[in-house]
Design a binder for this molecule. Structure first.
Ligand code: NDP
Length: 483
């Protein structure tokens, strides 16, 4: 069985305490590797390595940093098959999804930020004859990046790439549930010639290794993606030290389907936005709101399509829905299905486990589940489930749709389906959310601001928003001689 290593100071090393955590593949429920159970001592070493590397890395020209980051991107491309396989084994997601979405996006994240820094510009504020100001953006120093298990390398690289591109050195922790591709990334960074200590990857639990990164006085900023409760803990610790934080948290996204929507497009994409990655994408629409006049027709067609989704082992080409990430997570999702029934909901399809044959019989498979008949304010419609479970409910007016969509503590990403241009713009404007997709879902342009409102987070990732987060603006004022 493979023992994964930490990546500290350019070297692959064992944890200081010699302790490991079992890494389970959700497809079979079996342990298949072990990861370091790192703690404060490992984090301290990683931070010392990052501090030592910072003067060298931050002094490099943007072009030099860009070249190295492009080599990392190419390294990911070269090992695409191996990375996709590892992501699927670690997470339970269909191999096809890892091959077409997760790993290509990780490759693109490095290439995008490697080139973004070559096309950056800074502000100049003219005071006419009195003089002028110009703004320099300086890297922060050592920063911490902490990411979740649902899109492991995709989200890990979405933080690390801009942090490094901007000239920072990084101490990063992937989710302990899905560490493998982060480990492979350390090998790729070594092969790409990333100077020692510029990126350090420490594996382990959130409450030990993760919290040590947040609490260490040397980390100047924390970029975190994960649950809202964890985000609160991190924000509390970071605020005591006036650290910058970027928090991408949970969601309870609405998918609003008006009577004038293109029915087939809305139907097809709603199946995808509900159940892609087993519903474990922070952007998945988990509440489907449908105009009353088409409610029955849409509901019946939707349930019919959902019943046809093929749930099974992630490595099969035919699989559309793989295993959920862990036994504990499966239990959590099932507890929400039970709660939905207690709250008066009717399960239209799914609501049960799926048991594939042979070695996959003990994996964590759930049938895609659609529930109707629940009030908007019940817990099932208010709390993040983060699995293959959606609710569906009718609305009568645009105002009601907006109120229902906005009526949770979250505000991450909503989809709106209508062919009426005015309605599209007016509804989009009224939604209290960070991202609105009109007649589409998960169409991404890496330059755009990415993040949520309310309990979905604080700050924005993406493009120059991320580069701004990972730098500190410094204003330099020049007074011109006065006659
Ligand atoms: P968690 O909040 O449990 O964990 C996220 C990361 O934080 C993990 O690496 C975790 O380590 C670590 N962590 C946990 N506790 C601490 C702590 N006290 N200090 C520092 N680090 C800590 O989230 P999940 O991994 O369960 O991910 C699912 C959540 O992520 C969902 O709520 C989802 O909505 C959200 N998410 C948000 C996105 C967005 O862009 N807004 C995108 C994707 C997901 P460990 O694994 O050991 O617990």
């Amino acid at each position: 069985m493979k023992d994964i290593s930490n990546y500290i100071g350019g070297t692959l090393v064992a944890p200081v305490n010699g302790q490991y955590i079992d890494n389970i593949t959700p497809a079979t429920g079996k342990v298949y590797s072990r990861i370091p159970d790192s703690g404060e001592a490992d984090v301290a070493q990683a931070i010392a390595a990052a501090e030592a590397a910072f003067p060298i890395w931050s002094a490099m020209s943007a072009k030099e940093r860009s070249n190295i980051l492009l080599r990392i991107s190419e390294g990911i491309a070269k090992r695409m098959d191996e990375l996709a396989q590892a992501e699927s084994v670690d997470n339970g997601k269909p191999l096809k999804l890892a091959m077409t979405v997760d790993i290509p996006r990780a490759r693109d994240n490095f290439a995008f930020f490697a080139t973004a820094i070559l096309h950056d510009e800074n502000a100049m504020h003219d005071m006419g004859k009195s003089g002028f100001n110009y703004t320099k953006r300086k890297p922060l120093g050592v920063v911490g990046c902490i990411s979740p298990w649902n899109l492991p390398l995709y989200l890990f690289s979405w933080k690390i790439a801009p942090a490094l591109a901007a000239g920072n050195c990084v101490v990063a922790k992937p989710s302990e549930v899905t560490p493998y591709t982060a480990f492979l990334l350390s090998e790729i960074c070594i092969e790409a010639g990333l100077p020692d200590g510029v990126l350090n990857i420490v594996h382990g639990y959130g409450h030990t290794a993760g919290q040590a990164i947040v609490a260490h006085p040397a980390t100047k900023a924390i970029s975190f993606t994960g649950g809202t409760a964890t985000g609160k803990t991190i924000a509390g610790i970071a605020a005591q030290q006036f650290k910058k934080t970027s928090l991408e948290l949970g969601g309870k996204n609405a998918n609003i389907i008006f009577a004038d929507a293109n029915f087939d497009d809305a139907l097809r994409t709603s199946v995808k936005s509900s159940f892609a990655n087993q519903g474990q994408i922070c952007l998945c629409g988990s509440r489907i709101l449908v105009h009353k006049s088409i409610y029955e027709k849409f509901r019946d067609a939707f349930v019919e399509k959902v019943k046809q989704l093929r749930v099974g082992p992630p490595n099969l080409d035919s699989t559309q829905v793989g295993a959920v990430v862990s036994e504990a997570h499966r239990d959590k999702i099932e507890s929400y299905i039970a709660l939905a029934k207690e709250e008066g909901g009717t399960v239209l399809c799914g609501g049960h486990r799926v048991t594939p044959e042979g070695e996959y019989a003990n994996g964590y498979y759930l049938a895609p589940t659609v529930i109707e008949g629940l009030p908007a304010q019940c817990r099932t419609n208010q709390e993040e489930i983060f699995g293959p479970v959606v609710t569906i409910m009718p609305f009568e007016t645009d105002e009601e749709a907006i109120a229902l969509a906005n009526g949770t503590e979250y505000g991450l990403a909503f989809s709106v389906w209508t062919q009426n241009l005015n309605r599209a713009h007016l509804v989009a404007d009224a939604l209290d959310v960070g991202i609105v997709w009109i007649n589409c879902w998960l169409v991404r342009d890496l330059r755009t601001p990415f993040g949520g409102t309310k309990a979905s987070g604080m700050g924005r990732e993406g493009g120059f928003y991320a580069l701004d987060f990972f730098t500190e603006p410094k204003n330099i004022c020049i007074a011109l001689p006065q006659q």
